[in-house]
Structure formats: structure tokens, C-alpha cells
Design a protein around this ligand. Structure first.
Ligand code: ADP
Ligand code: ADP
Length: 228
């Protein structure tokens, strides 16, 4: 599902953001990508949905070599990946319903089924009663649930999230992670990047530990653990 092989990445003018990353997440697994700010977590996610390209190495998503894709192939890749951000990235000039329905329109979903599917997914994240409101009227946790609904309404095989609980209090963070956990139980592959080690530990899913753009081996992690 996700396969990185010897991936290195450098931003223009910057230092090396990732150094020779190799890891594999099999279909249907739930992993955390953990590390402090600047460790390289966002960069890994950006390579997955091809917002960035590696300097070296290969990134294979769903059996496809992402780093060699041309522009015309990107929409198909991104339809298969649901992306959730810390700051939600919702559109505040339209309703909750329209934020989610737009994702279906863009992917050329059968127009006669858009209303039903949008309503169903908003019910799933517990926001059916609020779907005609503007997202600005919602709490942070509710806005993040709209963002998750938008990311999963196309039923992507892979969902990736960049610090999805970073702006939320503990209880809401747990509720958001419980949603990702439910998706995982239904067979979706999930990768959640977070600096919040204790929250990641609560769920007990395997972790990819990152420090300074490198994945830590179990020995390195034992000698020099990531701190809270
Ligand atoms: P994290 O998500 O773990 O906080 P990032 O992937 O955002 O880490 O960043 C990894 C490294 O790459 C950091 O040193 C960061 O400063 C650098 N970096 C991230 N984005 C850019 C950019 N657009 N230009 C230059 N350097 C960047
Ligand atoms: P960070 O501080 O972790 O780099 P940002 O808030 O700057 O996070 O944005 C993360 C990245 O996601 C940016 O590089 C941006 O280009 C990209 N991005 C923003 N919106 C979308 C989107 N809807 N789909 C795909 N990529 C996006």
C-alpha cells in the first residue's frame, strides 16, 4: 500500500529533510508516524500524495510508482488517498454539506447519488444535524470531523493525516483518533503523523519513529528514546 525505498528529500535551499527512508505499510494496517516538529513527518505525507517529489529513492502507493507519475496521472492517485490536515483546510464560503459534496463532484461521482452519499458520511462522523451550517460556526473538533468526512466520502483505500489532533483538546483528540480507528477496522489503510507520543501509545498501533529526517531502528530508539 505504502512503500518507501531509500527515499531522500531536500527542499530548494534547505538542508536534507529526509535521509534514505525505507518502510512499508501493508494494506489494512494502521501506523503512526511519530517525531518532533521538523523531524520530516509532513514531508513523508507530501511525498505520498505527490505534493513533493523525492531527490532519490522510490515511493510506491497502491502498486504505482508515484515519483514517476506525470501531471495527468495525479488526479487518479489523489482520488485514492484521503488527506486530513491539522488546520482542516475547509471552505468557509459554503455549508458543511457542500464542503463534502464538492469532493464527490470533483471525482465525477454519479450526480444522482451525491446527496445520499454526503448525508450518509456526515451521519457517520456525527454531523448530520449540522450539515446546512457554515463550518465557521462549528468547534475545532467538529470542523476536523467535516475534514475527515470530506477525505473519506470517496471511500479511499488509504487515509493519511498530518497532526489531525494538534489543535484539539484531549477528549476531542481521542474522538478523532477513534474515527480513524473505526476506518481501520473497516479495512482502510491509515497513516497518522503526530508529535503526541502519549496519544499514539494509547491506541497501541505500530509506529514509524522519525528523528532529523531518519527512521530510527529499534536499537537507536532504545538507546535514545523519543521524549514526550
Ligand atoms: P514535521 O512535519 O515533522 O514537523 P517537516 O516535514 O515539515 O517536519 O520538515 C522537515 C524539515 O524540512 C525541517 O527541517 C523543515 O524546516 C524543512 N522544511 C519543510 N518544509 C520546507 C520548505 N517548504 N522549504 C524548506 N524547508 C522545509
Ligand atoms: P506544514 O506546516 O506541516 O508544512 P501546511 O499547513 O503548510 O503544513 O500545509 C501542508 C501542505 O499541504 C502544503 O505544502 C500545501 O501545499 C499542501 N496542501 C494544502 N492543501 C492541500 C490539498 N487540498 N490537497 C493537497 N495538498 C494540499
Amino acid at each position: 500500500m505504502i512503500r518507501f525505498h531509500n527515499v531522500s528529500m531536500r527542499y530548494p535551499g534547505g538542508r536534507e529533510a529526509l535521509h534514505q527512508l525505507t518502510f512499508h505499510a501493508a494494506p489494512g494496517t494502521f501506523h503512526f508516524l511519530i517525531g518532533h516538529s521538523g523531524a520530516g513527518k509532513s514531508t513523508v505525507l507530501k511525498l505520498i500524495y505527490r505534493a513533493e517529489q523525492p531527490a532519490e529513492g522510490t515511493v510506491v502507493i497502491n502498486g504505482r510508482n508515484v515519483e514517476r507519475m506525470n501531471r495527468a496521472q495525479l488526479p487518479a492517485l489523489r482520488r485514492d488517498i484521503g488527506v486530513v490536515f491539522q488546520d482542516y483546510k475547509l471552505l468557509y464560503d459554503r455549508s458543511v454539506f457542500d464542503n463534502v459534496a464538492l469532493a464527490l463532484e470533483i471525482s465525477r461521482f454519479d450526480p444522482s447519488k451525491i446527496e445520499g452519499q454526503t448525508t450518509r458520511i456526515l451521519d457517520y462522523v456525527g454531523l448530520k444535524e449540522r450539515m446546512y451550517e457554515n463550518p465557521i460556526a462549528l468547534s475545532g473538533g467538529e470542523q476536523q470531523r467535516v475534514a475527515i468526512a470530506r477525505a473519506i466520502v470517496n471511500r479511499p483505500a488509504l487515509v493519511i493525516a498530518d497532526e489531525p489532533t494538534g489543535n484539539l483538546d484531549r477528549d476531542m483528540a481521542r474522538r478523532i483518533l477513534a474515527l480513524f480507528d473505526a476506518l481501520h477496522r473497516q479495512g482502510t489503510t491509515v497513516l497518522v503523523a503526530t508529535h503526541d507520543l502519549s496519544l499514539a501509545r494509547e491506541l497501541g498501533h505500530p509506529c514509524f519513529p522519525l528523528r532529523d529526517g531518519r527512521l530510527l531502528t529499534p536499537e537507536e530508539l532504545r538507546e535514545n528514546p523519543l521524549e514526550e
